[in-house]
Ligand binder design. Structure first.
Ligand SMILES: O=C(CO)[C@H](O)[C@H](O)COP(=O)(O)O
Length: 231
């Protein structure tokens, strides 16, 4: 999928930003184009403050010269712009392919609007082809994994849980110091049930189902931009 499409979606999202906005800055290759576009506008005089959703985004935004704040300093945001691994027509998302789902969800939840930017290939009729990231605390990993497997079984869902690993083979560690189990489910028929029951398992910190958070989406396709929801 083309980097130009990601950039096109990001640049359209950058047009939504006006002086004085408090922005949530997403994570991933598409969000990085948005951060770059905002950086350019900041250098041209735009006044905004950004709350990054990962250390990687914090570093990029800092290099771009975007004034940054923590969510504690700026607990209410006007707009968050972030990528997604999958989204459906009800603006339900799977996120966390880049490992930043926890901060991404906290930031999106603190934001009045969340606009997803993606190339058109991320739009799906049903969520679940992309493995669902589940962030877990390292303590009791095997017990947590078993509890998740039991839950999936009880929901008649089949699929393998795989511990995400870094390039050196060690478990991938998130910015929050947690591990990620990627649930290869194939399809998620009842995202709301799965989301709420996963959150009840001790040891599960968060999962990549973003339901009722995105207010709009900009999808870049070979034929042009497609906009969903309210931008
Ligand atoms: O959820 C994410 C990071 O945790 C990303 O937004 C998601 O993985 C999409 O990334 P990309 O824009 O590189 O395809």
């Amino acid at each position: 999928m083309s980097d130009n499409l990601k950039r096109a979606a990001a640049e359209r999202a950058a047009q939504l930003v006006t002086d004085g906005m408090r922005l949530g800055l997403g994570t991933g290759s598409t969000a990085a184009h948005f951060v770059a576009a905002i950086g350019e506008r900041v250098r041209g005089g735009l006044k905004v403050v950004g709350v990054p959703t990962s250390e990687a985004t914090r570093e990029q935004a800092h290099r771009e010269g975007i004034p940054l704040a923590t969510l504690d300093e700026t607990p209410e945001l006007d707009l968050t712009v972030d990528g997604a691994d999958e989204l459906d027509d009800d603006l339900r998302l799977v996120k966390g392919g880049g490992g930043a789902l926890l901060r991404e969800k906290i930031v999106a939840s603190a934001s009045r609007r969340m606009v997803v930017i993606a190339d058109g290939s991320k739009r799906v009729a049903k969520l679940g082809k992309f493995p669902l990231p589940i962030e877990v605390v390292p303590f009791g990993l095997t017990a947590t994994e078993r509890a998740i497997s039991k839950l999936l079984e009880s929901l008649s869902m089949t699929g393998e849980l795989r511990l995400r690993r870094a390039a050196d083979g060690a478990p991938y560690v998130t910015d929050g110091g947690h591990f990620i189990l990627d649930a290869h489910l194939g399809r998620i028929d009842k995202p709301n049930v799965l989301a709420s029951t996963l959150n009840n398992i001790p040891g599960v910190v968060e999962h990549g189902l973003f339901l009722g958070l995105a207010t709009g989406a900009i999808l870049a396709t070979g034929e042009g931009l497609v906009e969903l929801g309210q931008l």
